[in-house]
Design a protein around this ligand. Sequence first.
Ligand code: CA2
Length: 166
Amino acid sequence: MPQSVLVLNGPNLNLLGSREPEIYGRETLADIAALCRDAGKRLGLAIDFRQSNSEAELVGWIQEARGKKAGILINAGALTHTSISLLDALLASELPVLEVHLSNLFRREDFRHHSYVSRAARGMICGLGSQGYVLALEAMARIVGEAPATPSKAKPKTPPKGKRTK
Ligand code: CA2
């Protein structure tokens, strides 16, 4: 069975494609879900793609993901800039988290320059539109394919003579 990645989308992202195309592009959230599922097939990941306008629902989904999902990719929408509850839930999940934003937060208003989500994230992609989701899934595939967290007991290799450092 392929490992499953939870792709979460926060408030108002269900409106994509209908308004503000100059900022968020013309794709709908359903288009982005399809892109993610295609990328998932190519990368051997099952994609569980969800959106909610409710902070509580998002927190609940993150809590349920612990021990069941391989990682979380999140575009928390405006909650990115306000929600310590989402941050705490992401930290408690103990899962690798990647953060994505369609727009370039740093070309926008000052209040979008700070992200609580980033404190829980391995990395963040912003400003690349829907392509950012695909790039983040590629990164996630590498992260979840990494060696297990338990450190190897194998002895470190001794460097060949003449190449030793003091
Ligand atoms: O750039 C992103 O992906 C954001 O997470 C989008 C959020 C915004 O609050 C963040 O600062 C950056 C807003 C999503 C709302 O999307 C709309 C789409 C169409 C019409 C109205 C809102």
